[in-house]
Ligand binder design. Structure first.
Ligand code: GLN
Length: 307
């Protein structure tokens, strides 16, 4: 199959949808992004790559960073991790507080904000400080993308910090239930920095390639997870990677995927390739509207869903 031709067809077909949806506006740094952008990159396990659109454009990876922090925490804590966070879809928005209250401070999964905050907390406890935890996440991403030139957009990080009320509320609520060991400030600092990492679709598709090859990067042969752990990350991406639209994403795309409010989505075709797509305007659940459509077209055209 000629993937470059497939990308070209997708690009043509999504054009009428560009601009539909709404860019994230909870922080000024994201609100000013041009909604008309589109990029899609594929990195195959054999090292071949296919790209279309503004693939050099770096954007805020936001919640896609939760894939990497979850990977790190699972490899450190293994089964113990599930005492602190669940692995069920939440059926609620990514930053919702209500469920957390009646479920006694244990977040449903590592991909909603509350879950990612607990994951940050566990990495801080393991490494000793918020700075060291962030450095671990940052260096993991450089390692898995085999690229030293990944950057953090401190303008976005500062903007997140200045608008942190809801994430602080989630953290405080968990702290009140005894499910946060470190100080709220330390936890949200490391969390916001990981959300503020900037990457383009080429870099992102490369960074998650280990998930398409049972936890080992097929190009460098670096091992990040064992096959069973990689299966688990992919499974949680399939069931929880798109918040309260996870069912819809699985129904339409049929691949493990993770979105971020910066407009990026990564998806994994186990045994074959990883894909990253970027288009900043979001649907009502905070996932890239055109990005979701592009991935749906991809699996429809290629038959490469997991089902
Ligand atoms: N920084 C965002 C937040 O915490 C990330 C959310 C997302 O990408 N869904 O609200």
């Amino acid at each position: 199959m000629n993937y470059q031709d497939v990308l070209k067809e997708i690009h043509d077909e999504i054009k009428p949808l560009l601009g539909k949806g709404q860019v994230a506006d909870y922080i000024p740094a994201l609100a000013k992004i041009d909604p008309m952008q589109f990029a899609m990159s594929i990195t195959c396990n054999d090292g071949s790559t296919y790209n279309i659109g503004s693939v050099e454009e770096k954007f805020s990876i936001q919640s896609i960073s939760k894939v990497f922090s979850f990977t790190i925490a699972l490899s450190i804590y293994r089964k113990e991790l599930w005492k602190r966070v669940g692995r069920e879809p939440s059926g609620n928005p990514f930053n919702s507080l209500v469920q957390l209250e009646y479920e006694a401070g244990k977040p449903r999964n590592p991909f909603i904000n509350a879950g990612a905050l607990v994951i940050s907390d566990t990495i801080i406890s393991h490494h000793g400080s918020s700075d060291k935890a962030f450095k671990e996440i940052f260096s993991f991403i450089k390692d898995s993308s085999d690229n030293e030139n990944i950057e953090v957009d401190m303008h976005v990080a500062d903007s997140e910090m200045a608008n942190s009320h809801r994430n602080r509320a989630l953290s405080n609520l968990m702290k009140s239930f005894g499910n946060l060991d470190n100080e709220v400030d330390d936890v949200i600092q490391s969390y916001f920095k990981q959300c503020s990492i900037s990457m383009n679709t080429k870099e992102l598709s490369r960074a998650v390639l280990y998930l398409a090859n049972s936890g080992t990067d097929p190009i460098t042969n670096k091992g990040f997870l064992n096959p069973s752990q990689a299966k688990r990350i992919n499974s949680v991406m399939l069931t929880c990677g798109h918040y309260d639209a996870s069912g819809d994403f699985a129904y339409r795309v049929g691949l493990p995927g993770k979105s971020g409010v910066g407009g990026g989505i990564v998806a994994v075709v186990p045994g074959k390739m990883s894909i990253a797509v970027f288009s900043p305007a979001l649907n009502e659940q905070g996932n890239s509207l055109v990005g979701t459509k592009a991935l749906e077209l991809f699996t429809t055209k290629t038959g490469l869903s997991i089902f």
